[in-house]
Write a protein that binds this ligand. Structure first.
Ligand code: ADP
Ligand code: CDP
Length: 237
């Protein structure tokens, strides 16, 4: 597999073409960003833990019958993935109220949500990733109705699989964001699942173990990611 030109440098990952036009290399960098890129820092070992974390989760999802873009690990910080035609949409499921949900609706932090709730956001840093609904998605042609249904179905299916995986390690999956794209006409899970894009709380202490440590300046960001990784069975060394 030959690495070719850089296609895109995002806030936390860089995307490279390969000699296979249907495959890309994702490079998980140490860069960590929050607040739509307004807070950025380099954190040692973050690229590695996120790359290995994402590979582990992707394999668990594949085993449970969810198609993902992940093909294989190439190095500590790089993975080979299927090239998707990404939807400019973020799918968020919330099992417990926190973050922007509480700011927006004035609801208490930490409420169990039964059933879990679902939100779409538009991927647009300049606009601060605004919340959108299914009508916006269809009216502006960001995705067609059948693909929207599939994204919702897959995002909830991931919830069932990952809530259990984390709970077995004494961790609550509070909320998370997924991105999808099309591969040969199929809606497929792309981008990543790492502590950068979800909230994870210790079930006993409710300590935050995810990117809120970075957002809120709590320290030990990568140490927490590594501790979660070890608890769920990711091999880091
Ligand atoms: P951002 O673009 O939000 O700054 P990243 O730094 O994570 O985020 O950049 C990675 C980019 O690569 C994202 O825009 C994501 O949508 C895109 N991407 C992730 N997986 C794939 C894939 N399999 N095919 C094409 N693009 C992808
Ligand atoms: O971070 P903030 O409180 O503004 O966002 P949220 O809407 O409460 O985030 C819900 C979940 O989606 C959290 O797990 C975030 O980490 C994740 N998310 C993300 O990964 N990327 C975004 N651009 C927005 C949210």
């Amino acid at each position: 597999m030959q690495k070719r030109d850089e296609l895109y440098a995002g806030k936390a990952k860089s995307v490279f073409k390969t000699d296979d036009e249907k495959a890309l290399i994702l490079h998980f960098r140490n860069d960590t960003s929050a607040f739509d890129g307004k807070k950025i820092e380099k954190l040692d070992r973050k690229g590695k833990v996120n790359n290995l974390f994402n590979a582990f989760i992707s394999e668990k999802l594949e085993e449970a019958g969810i198609a993902t873009h992940f093909i294989k690990l190439l190095s500590d910080e790089e993975s080979l993935v299927k090239k998707l035609d990404m939807f400019p949409i973020e799918c968020v499921v919330r099992n417990i109220s926190t973050g922007s949900l509480c700011r927006r609706l004035g609801v208490e932090d930490g409420l169990d949500l039964n059933p879990p709730t679902f939100e779409f956001f538009l991927k647009n840093d300049d606009l601060g990733d605004p919340m959108i609904n299914e009508y916006h998605i269809e009216s502006f042609g960001w995705a067609e109705a059948s693909h929207v249904e599939r994204m919702k179905e897959l995002t909830f299916k991931v919830n069932g699989i990952l809530q259990k995986l984390f709970l077995d390690a004494g961790i609550l999956l509070v909320d998370y964001k997924l991105e999808f794209g099309l591969y040969d006409g199929e809606v497929m899970f792309g981008d990543e699942f790492t502590p950068d894009g979800c909230r994870l709380w210790d079930v006993e202490t409710r300590e935050k173990l995810d990117k809120d440590r970075f957002r809120q300046g709590l320290g030990d960001v990568v140490e927490s990611y590594e501790a979660v990784a070890r608890r769920i069975g990711v091999k880091l060394d």
